[in-house]
Write a protein that binds this ligand. Structure first.
Ligand SMILES: [Zn+2]
Ligand SMILES: [Zn+2]
Length: 339
């Protein structure tokens, strides 16, 4: 099979992913072999390539927003049949026995494996997953539009739930890339009397225009003061400063949820009175559970979410990641993998 392989930690600008030919993997006990059709490009890949969160071993095939069809069943696998269309997300496996798993918090499992970090992911023509960690894809989404739902959508959905947003409230979204442009659609649907304020990098006109098109009630840049305080905010940016800005703009008792696996810069020093006092909270969202995916995918079809996607060939994964790093991706970047 063709795959784009990472064999060393380096800057994304050095285009480290190499196109290689590898044997297709063989499904083990309870696993299924997936013929990959599309795979989303996520900011986490940039963190992996640049070593802020290291793959378990190198070389590694990255990619955790995978849509494809079941090609082969391993021994004991019975949940799907050959030809079924399924999705794979960031959570690739969890132990099911630890204190976290038993409480439904498999996103915090110490033994969990993450797709495209601990096991090979979807920047390839074929990949493996345990059948319990694959999800049916609603029919209304084609392979291209389904891919960004699997991380940008599912993790964003978890962040929105954790934010404590209520109908009638004001939600702030910091950064307006793949995840935020999906989550604004969920928020508008679930909280019809709520308002959504969007903060982007200064002069990021394309992202600001997309935010307005998707119903943002106010759009500005990350250092702007919005017309009203925020009841809650989700920070999707890769840097530290917007966390402080969001805390500053929070209403009393409000919460900032940070939706990023790593930050490229530190969160600057906080002033207790300005950023923390009045019961303000800050919380990260770590990974996802299967339940997040199982709840979100049908909801995405019901709304229905319309993802903006920019398409690339598998061979052009390096170029897609550079665009994403520069903040120039329009909506979600998706690799199309032809068989
Ligand atoms: Zn991701
Ligand atoms: Zn566990």
């Amino acid at each position: 099979m063709k795959a784009m392989l990472l064999d060393r930690i380096s800057l994304v600008e050095e285009k480290p992913l190499k196109l290689v030919e590898l044997p297709a993997p063989i499904p083990g006990q309870n696993q299924i072999l997936i013929k990959v059709s599309t795979c989303g490009v996520c900011h986490t890949e940039i963190d992996e390539i640049e070593g802020r969160i290291s793959p378990l071993r190198l070389p590694m095939i990255l990619g955790h927003e995978i849509v494809g069809r079941v090609e082969k069943l391993g021994q004991g696998a019975s949940k799907f049949k050959k030809g079924d269309r399924v999705g794979i997300a960031w959570i690739n496996w969890a132990c099911g026995r630890c204190a976290f798993c038993l409480k439904g918090k498999e996103n915090l499992c110490d033994k969990a494996k993450w797709t495209g970090k601990d096991v090979h992911g979807g920047y390839a023509q074929y990949t493996l997953v345990s059948e319990g960690f694959a999800y049916p894809i609603p029919e209304s989404f084609n392979d291209l539009k389904a891919a960004p739902l699997l991380c940008a959508g599912v993790v964003g959905y978890r962040a929105l739930r954790i934010s404590g947003m209520e109908d009638g409230g004001v939600l702030g979204l910091y950064g307006f890339g793949a995840s935020a442009h999906i989550i604004i659609q969920v928020a508008k649907y679930k909280y019809p009397h709520g308002r959504v304020f969007v903060f982007t990098r200064p002069k990021q006109k394309e992202h600001q225009n997309l935010a307005r098109k998707l119903g943002a009630d106010w759009v500005g840049s990350t250092d702007d003061t919005p017309p009203e305080k925020l009841n809650c905010a989700i920070d999707f940016t890769p840097v530290g400063e917007p966390v402080r800005q969001a805390l500053r703009n929070l209403q009393k008792g409000g919460r900032v949820v940070i939706n990023a696996i790593r930050k490229t810069t530190s969160i600057p020093e906080l002033d207790y009175t300005e950023h923390v006092w009045y019961e303000k909270e800050m919380k990260s969202v770590a990974n996802v559970t299967r339940r997040d995916a199982e709840e979100f995918l049908p909801l995405a079809a019901e709304i229905p979410i319309v993802p903006e996607t920019q398409e690339f060939n598998l061979e052009d994964a390096n170029e897609a990641l550079i665009l994403l790093k520069e903040g120039r991706m329009h909506g979600a970047g998706i690799l199309k993998i032809d068989g």
